[in-house]
Design a binder for this molecule. Sequence first.
Ligand code: AMP
Ligand code: ZN
Length: 478
Amino acid sequence: MTTIKLHNTKTRQKEVFEPIDADNVRMYVCGPTVYDRAHLGNARPVVVFDVLNRLLRHVYGPDHVTYVRNFTDVDDKINKRAADSGRSIGEITDETIGWFLGDMAALGAIEPDKMPRATEFIPQMVAMIEGLIASDHAYVADGHVLFAVESYAKYGALSGRSIKDMIAGARVEIAPYKRNPMDFILWKPSVGDQPGWESPWGFGRPGWHIECSAMSYELLGASFDIHGGGNDLMFPHHENEIAQSCCAHPKADFARYWLHNEMLQVEGKKMSKSLGNFFTVRDLLNGHDGQPPVPGEVIRFVFLSTHYRKPMDWTQKKAAEAYKILKRWRSYASNVSLEVGDGIEPISNVIEAIADDLNTPLALTHLLDFEKKNLRGNSTEMKDIVSFQRTLRLLGLDGRAVDTARFPREVQDEFNKMGIQKQVCAAIDAARVEKNFSKADEIRDKVKAAGFEVHITANGAALSETLVSDYSKLVMLK
Ligand code: AMP
Ligand code: ZN
């Protein structure tokens, strides 16, 4: 079995990953607050943890991984958006969730197994808060419930800060009812149009952090394997999640491995809504500000070309380079049935690179090397094409992440080319089924003359391009 190593923020070390239960590897990742289109930065954790999810499924089996990512659908930014637009909160969150899933699918991200919405877990949050009050980790003050950070000795351990440093460095909300300025809100009163639920502390709504503690407990249990998110969430969100969960379930570990992705930057600054230096994933997919549309797969490739623990910049140059490579890669594999050749594995050094703390840039380098060595000549072997294509599929770069309606002309042409290949293969297959081998050979010769290679596999004919492939000659054969 492949050994997976992950950098654990908790220990600041790369560690061998050992799941609590190899039959059910469990991962929780903090998802978006749903009030607007995802910007490109928001997509980074989605792609990073999608790669990890795919790796875990490859190693432990697709039915032995549970991946949970939440939607924060109760938040003051959502309330403001509703008030400003005159629309209901439900309408806004439903619409935004639809956009998010569509945009992330275009980037080749497999949907997590469970995507809980905070508003569906209010009773569980209330129960957890009641437990924290009963065990003196939380207190009621002025209609609010607050977590008492001093009641948890390890507060700050994840990000390696003391309470004093945190007070100095953070914009903590000073409120007269707080015992310690670092104490954070578990529950707060709702008035007027604010959404709310009945609770032992009056009509109100949860603070942000408690949702992840309550939902991960409900869906994954008190101890689970991996918790992920952007490193901007490490403090205070993840510190607060740890404090709540570990105090509510003192015998459990909560999350064993903490993974944080670095930020996507624009000219050295984090891309964020508040700085206004953002563009959305949809902007890129559709084309914006005079730029051509960028296929989702190209965005994904550019993301993978930087290690997740390094800051990355989005540049047009990187996108153009990725585009060229992917176009070439697709041509090798365009008509290969992956059902061919049982037992052909994805390329081993690519898997090893991914398993080594998700070293995706190295994985891409290995793919390029493999291409140069095995796919560029005139005697490509079917097993190499299949292995290459299986590797692309594992990485989500196999052309399935298509937002076809939005694809630029050139890429649509690419799909048409594949259509032509399929039709020609069908003609060869039909001749062979009729046992009209001379006809099959005749078509094969013409296909070769058009600069393609023909592979006869257990699943029928397949073509691959060479450097001299000429589609116009192939069209004549249809
Ligand atoms: P938010 O909706 O702001 O809570 O963010 C949702 C997710 O996107 C979180 O995991 C954040 O860490 C992540 N995120 C936000 N901005 C960026 C960025 N510029 N680069 C990478 N991840 C980001
Ligand atoms: Zn969270």
